[in-house]
Design a protein around this ligand. Sequence first.
Ligand SMILES: Cc1cc2nc3c(=O)[nH]c(=O)nc-3n(C[C@H](O)[C@H](O)[C@H](O)COP(=O)(O)OP(=O)(O)OC[C@H]3O[C@@H](n4cnc5c(N)ncnc54)[C@H](O)[C@@H]3O)c2cc1C
Ligand SMILES: NC(=O)c1ccc[n+]([C@@H]2O[C@H](COP(=O)([O-])OP(=O)(O)OC[C@H]3O[C@@H](n4cnc5c(N)ncnc54)[C@H](O)[C@@H]3O)[C@@H](O)[C@H]2O)c1
Length: 448
Amino acid sequence: MSKKFDVVIIGSGVGGTAIANGLAAAGKEVAIVENDLWGGTCPNRGCDPKKVLVSAVEAKDAVTQLAGKGFSITPQVNWPELMAFKETFTQPVPKTSKESLQSVGVETFTGNAQFTNEKILQVNDDTLTAERFVIATGAKPSILPIEGKEHFLTSNNFLSLTEMPETISFVGGGYIAFELAAIANAAGAKVHLIQHNDRPLKAFDQEYVKEIVHQLETKGVIFHFNVDVKKIEKKADSFVLTDGKDFRLTSDLVFCSTGRIPNIDELKLENANVTFDKKGIKVNEYLQTSNAAVFACGDVLSKTQPKLTPVSTFEGNYLVHYLTGETAEKITYPSIPTTIFSSPRLAQTGITAAQAGKQEDDYEVSSIDATSWFSYHRVNEPVSKIKIIKERKTGLLVGASCINKRADDLINFFSILIDQKTPAGELAKLILAYPTIASDLTSIYTND
Ligand SMILES: Cc1cc2nc3c(=O)[nH]c(=O)nc-3n(C[C@H](O)[C@H](O)[C@H](O)COP(=O)(O)OP(=O)(O)OC[C@H]3O[C@@H](n4cnc5c(N)ncnc54)[C@H](O)[C@@H]3O)c2cc1C
Ligand SMILES: NC(=O)c1ccc[n+]([C@@H]2O[C@H](COP(=O)([O-])OP(=O)(O)OC[C@H]3O[C@@H](n4cnc5c(N)ncnc54)[C@H](O)[C@@H]3O)[C@@H](O)[C@H]2O)c1
């Protein structure tokens, strides 16, 4: 069947869904195509199921930290029960996501979208034409091209593991490895993390990365730095990783966590004259591709911004305003907070201390060891450190990093202060509920 729309969106993740809902509300004829799980990565196999499993880390840390301070048991994680709880979140997602789109008048197509030419998209037997197309097809795990690569599992498998094995290895030390390693460790597995150089989490404050490595080590996670894995061999019930030199590691399961690659292989972008590189689809400052009728957003982009759920949503919302003519402005991003949900949590927003260090005349970095502060000491946290970066000329906050159990919440406060350009003096005029991490802000961000 042949059908014509104002806009056809490819991919029903947070980016695609934001655009579909926004354009439908603006009265546009909209279609959306999905070839896998409706709702995309975040609610099915990303942020949400991951954070349900993070509750194992939270609960275990909370009690073990207070050993001898009113608590004496070491909680054990019942993995099958925890996974069953996780399923209650993920299982309904594809159906409710699709129905939600249909309920606002968006036409849904299930299948693989492929461009036939610059203005025609084929989905199974359906031929879709539109004034505009938006590609929001996200990304998938990359697999290291080494001998035995077929034995690698990915974060998708981890988030559906029915049993937690005795030993797990992660190859690649980024967001995914640090988060899933903490979960597996809390669930009782012996965890190895292998990074090919000595810079895991390279976009984060390296002093704090050393601290998170140290904290995970004290819990039993084993790090292998400067190891370049070359081969995975399957033995009877295990897998052996080797580097062609003297490294040899046996584990029950091996996960590849060396990054994600854009979902562009199946789109036949060359038929639509849409250019891309290995990081994804190239767009201009209006999220427009080399084909003026085709736009793109989210994880599928080749961009410098971090590939995160709120960033995809922000870009989707921008495109709603741009495609309805509500704005003709270029996209401009606010400060982007990002968090590693490990144990402890590591978060940052805005300008980093490393960047500030290169422009000492412009920026001032303050480092605070807040471990003994009431908010952290009351739950006996092993570490709490915070760095803030202020612009010398204005005294305004322009960046922050933090490492503690509340870093994910704390970093959002910093982002709000940065984006609202709130002077420290204005913050001091507020009354904030005490004792909370928000009420600590007036001791962190001061006029000094
Ligand atoms: C394990 C994990 C944990 C994460 N945790 C966090 C977190 O805590 N916080 C955070 O901010 N971010 C997190 N992320 C990142 C976040 O999930 C992504 O940034 C976000 O989901 C990207 O949304 P998107 O809409 O761009 O793409 P996606 O959600 O990936 O959606 C793209 C959709 O397009 C579909 N598609 C692909 N190709 C085609 C095709 N040819 N035809 C039709 N459909 C197609 C896909 O099936 C998919 O459903 C995590 C990611 C992972 C993997
Ligand atoms: N909390 C969150 O917001 C969150 C959580 C999970 C994932 N994500 C998103 O998903 C993306 C992908 O996560 P990821 O952890 O897979 O990728 P990543 O890019 O964060 O980290 C990959 C790591 O693997 C290392 N590496 C590369 N090649 C290697 C090799 N041959 N051997 C060993 N190590 C190697 C890299 O140096 C890097 O440290 C993230 O960048 C982020 O955008 C976000």
